[in-house]
Design a protein around this ligand. Structure first.
Ligand code: P6P
Length: 320
C-alpha cells in the first residue's frame, strides 16, 4: 500500500506502472483534473475577497442560478481537460450539450463533470466540490458519455472545505489526498478508504417530507426512534464525503414533485456510486443499483440512496 504523505503525481505514476500496457494517457488525464482543482481551490479560498461572489445573472441547464465561481470553475476544467488532449468528449453541468475539444479528437477517454457542486453554498462559505466521471472512448460521439456507471474507468471528487481534498478511484480501492497549499501538492492522507458497513447518521432534506411516499416517511421516523443523527449540508460532495468516512445513508429520493429526484446521473450519482461501491458501500436508485442504470440523456436525473452497505440495503428493501 502507498505510504501516507506520498504526492498524488507519484501515486498516479506508480499506479500506471502496475499496468504494463499503460500509455501514460490516463495519468495525463488525472493530472489535468489535479491542476484545474488547485486553481479552483485557490479561487474558492479567496472568493469573499475577490469580489467574484454573487450570481453571474445566468441560469444553467439545471435551472440553478449560476454563481461567478461556477463559471470560473467550469472554464478552468474545460481549459485543462482540453489542453491535456486525452478527452474526445466532455459533459458539464454548466453546458446544455457535450463539447468535443479539437486537441482531444484522438483522446482515449470521455469525461462528465460538475465543476462546482453545491453552488447554493458558495455565498455562505460552506464546503462545495468538483465531481468527475471518466469513461473509455467507444466511437468518439456524445453516446460515449451515456455509459452505465459500472463501466467507469475512474471517478472522483474534490472537496473545497476546511482543507481541499481530492478523493478518487480507478476501480481498485479509494484513496484521498489532501492539498498542502504551502507546497501546492496533494499528499496521500486517506489511503484505501472504506465506508463503515453500518452507521448512525442519515442525510436527507426533510423539508420535502410532505412530498415523500408514506414508506419513506415511516422509514425516516424509524431512524429518529433509533436515535440516529441527521446531518445535511446541501452539497452532495460534502454529504457523500462525510458518509464515506463516518457511514450511514445519504439520500436524495424521488418525490411527488420530482419523480426522478434532483441529482444528475452522469456527473453526480454515477461517480459517487462508483466511489462508494469501491469503498465497500452500496448505492441504489431504489429500483436498481445506481451503477447499472443505462443513461439516455446527458442531464438525466435519478434518485440516490448511498452509503453503508447494510443501511442502504435495509432502506431500499423497506421502500420497495
Ligand atoms: P436541496 C446542490 O445544488 C445539489 O445539486 C447537490 O450538491 C445537493 O446534494 C443538492 O443539490 C441539494 O438539494 O434540494 O436539498 O437543496
Amino acid at each position: 500500500m502507498a505510504k501516507i504523505g506520498m504526492d498524488l503525481n507519484r501515486f498516479i505514476l506508480e499506479e500506471e506502472r502496475k499496468h504494463k500496457s499503460a500509455s501514460g494517457s490516463f495519468s495525463l488525464a488525472l493530472t489535468a483534473i489535479e491542476s484545474a482543482s488547485k486553481i479552483v481551490s485557490a479561487k474558492v479560498s479567496k472568493a469573499g475577497l475577490s469580489n467574484i461572489l454573487g450570481a453571474a445573472d445566468e441560469v444553467n441547464i439545471s435551472g440553478d442560478d449560476v454563481q461567478k465561481l461556477d463559471v470560473l470553475a467550469n472554464n478552468l476544467m474545460i481549459q485543462h481537460l482540453s489542453d491535456s488532449g486525452q478527452f474526445c468528449a466532455m459533459a458539464s453541468e454548466e453546458l446544455e450539450e457535450a463539447i468535443f475539444p479539437e486537441k482531444g479528437k484522438d483522446g482515449r477517454y470521455v469525461i462528465a463533470f460538475d465543476p462546482l457542486d453545491g453552488s447554493s453554498n458558495i455565498n455562505v462559505n460552506v464546503s462545495i466540490g468538483t465531481i468527475f466521471s471518466i469513461h473509455k472512448r467507444v466511437n468518439g460521439t456524445a453516446d460515449d458519455l451515456m455509459q452505465q456507471g459500472r463501466k467507469q474507468v475512474a471517478a472522483g471528487y474534490v472537496i473545497y472545505g476546511s482543507s481541499t481534498m481530492l478523493v478518487y478511484t480507478t476501480g481498485n480501492g479509494v484513496n484521498g489526498f489532501t492539498l498542502d497549499p504551502s507546497v501546492g501538492m496533494y499528499l496521500l492522507s486517506h489511503p484505501d478508504m472504506k465506508v463503515p458497513e453500518k452507521g448512525k447518521i442519515y442525510s436527507i432534506n426533510e423539508a420535502y417530507a410532505n412530498k415523500w411516499d408514506d414508506k419513506l416517511v415511516a422509514y425516516i421516523k424509524g431512524y429518529k426512534d433509533k436515535g440516529y443523527s441527521l446531518r445535511y449540508i446541501g452539497s452532495m460532495v460534502s454529504d457523500v464525503h462525510r458518509t464515506l468516512i463516518k457511514g450511514g445513508v445519504f439520500a436524495y429520493p424521488a418525490d411527488k414533485k420530482n419523480p426522478d429526484g434532483k441529482l444528475r446521473y452522469l456527473y453526480e450519482a454515477s461517480p459517487m456510486a462508483f466511489i462508494i461501491e469501491n469503498a465497500g458501500g452500496a448505492s441504489s436508485t431504489g429500483a436498481e443499483d445506481t451503477l447499472d442504470v443505462k443513461p439516455e440523456e446527458l442531464h438525466q436525473r435519478v434518485p440516490v440512496f448511498l452509503g453503508s452497505k447494510i443501511d442502504v440495503e435495509e432502506m431500499v428493501k423497506a421502500l420497495k
